[in-house]
Design a protein around this ligand. Structure first.
Ligand code: GSH
Length: 217
C-alpha cells in the first residue's frame, strides 16, 4: 500500500519528514492539507489525525504523527542510512538538538499560536512578524552556540545527515520565510548550505513545493 504523507508546502514539520523519506529513498505520495484555510479541522482530516496538525505518515494502514516520532519510525522500518546514532550518548545529543526545534522553537510560530495572538491579543502583521523573528532568531542563536562548541564534521554528528541536521535545516527554512540575515550564525549557515547541496533537502524546501508555486507568496 506504500507510504502517504499528509503535509503542507509551508509546514516545517512536513519538511522534516519529506527530507527523511527522501534520504532513505522511500517513495511516497504527499496529500496536501491546507492548514492556513483550516483544513486540519475538517472531519476528513480529523479521522486521519485527531491532533489536527500535519504531518501524518500513513504506512500500511498505520498512522504515525509528530515529525520526530515519524523520523524515528522511518529509522526503524528502513535503517539505512541511519538518522539516529546507535551510541546512547550520541543518540541523546541528536535528539536534544532535534527537540530544540521540534519542542522549543517551532511550536511558537505555528498557525494556531499566530491565530491566538491575533484573535486574543489583537496582534497585527507587524507584531506577528516581530514575534516570529524573535523566536526564529533565538533558535538560530542557540544552535550557533552549540555548534560552535562541537563543530559539524561535516554534519552535526559526523559523516552523514541525521535528525539534528534535518531540524537545524528546518530552522534555517524558517529564517528563509522571514528573510533573516544568517551572517550572525555562520556555523549554522554553513551546515545548512551543506545540507541543501543534497537533493533530499533541496527538493523538500517549501519554496520547491507545488503549493508554493501555486500560491506564489
Ligand atoms: N511538533 C509537531 C508540530 C506539528 C505542527 O504544529 N504542525 C503545524 C504545521 S508545521 C500545523 O499543522 N499547524 C496547524 C495549526 O497550527 O493549526 C511535529 O513536529 O510534527
Amino acid at each position: 500500500m506504500g507510504i502517504q504523507l499528509y503535509g503542507f508546502w509551508r509546514s516545517l514539520a512536513s519538511f522534516r519528514v519529506r527530507v527523511a523519506l527522501k534520504l532513505k529513498g522511500l517513495s511516497f505520495e504527499e496529500i496536501a492539507v491546507d492548514i492556513l484555510s483550516g483544513e486540519q479541522f475538517k472531519p476528513d482530516y480529523d479521522a486521519v489525525n485527531t491532533e489536527r496538525v500535519v504531518p501524518t505518515l500513513v504506512h500500511d494502514d498505520r498512522r504515525i504523527f509528530q515529525s520526530l516520532a515519524i523520523l524515528e519510525y522511518l529509522d526503524d522500518i528502513a535503517p539505512e542510512p541511519r538518522l539516529l546514532p546507535i551510541d546512547p550518548a550520541e543518540r541523546a545529543y541528536a535528539r536534544a538538538l532535534a527537540l530544540m526545534t521540534v519542542a522549543d522553537s517551532h511550536p511558537l510560530v505555528t498557525p494556531r499560536v499566530r491565530n491566538h495572538l491575533i484573535g486574543q491579543f489583537g496582534a497585527d502583521d507587524a507584531a506577528i512578524r516581530t514575534w516570529a523573528t524573535h523566536w526564529a532568531t533565538e533558535g538560530l542563536a542557540t544552535y550557533e552556540r552549540l555548534l560552535a562548541k562541537r563543530q559539524p564534521a561535516p554534519f552535526t554528528l559526523g559523516a552523514g545527515p541525521g535528525i539534528a541536521d534535518i531540524c537545524i535545516a528546518g530552522q534555517v527554512v524558517g529564517a528563509h520565510f522571514l528573510k533573516l540575515d544568517l551572517a550572525p550564525f555562520p556555523t549554522v549557515a554553513q551546515l545548512a548550505d551543506r545540507c541543501f547541496t543534497l537533493p533530499a533537502f533541496a527538493t523538500s524546501h517549501p519554496f520547491e513545493q507545488p503549493g508554493y508555486r501555486l500560491t506564489a507568496r
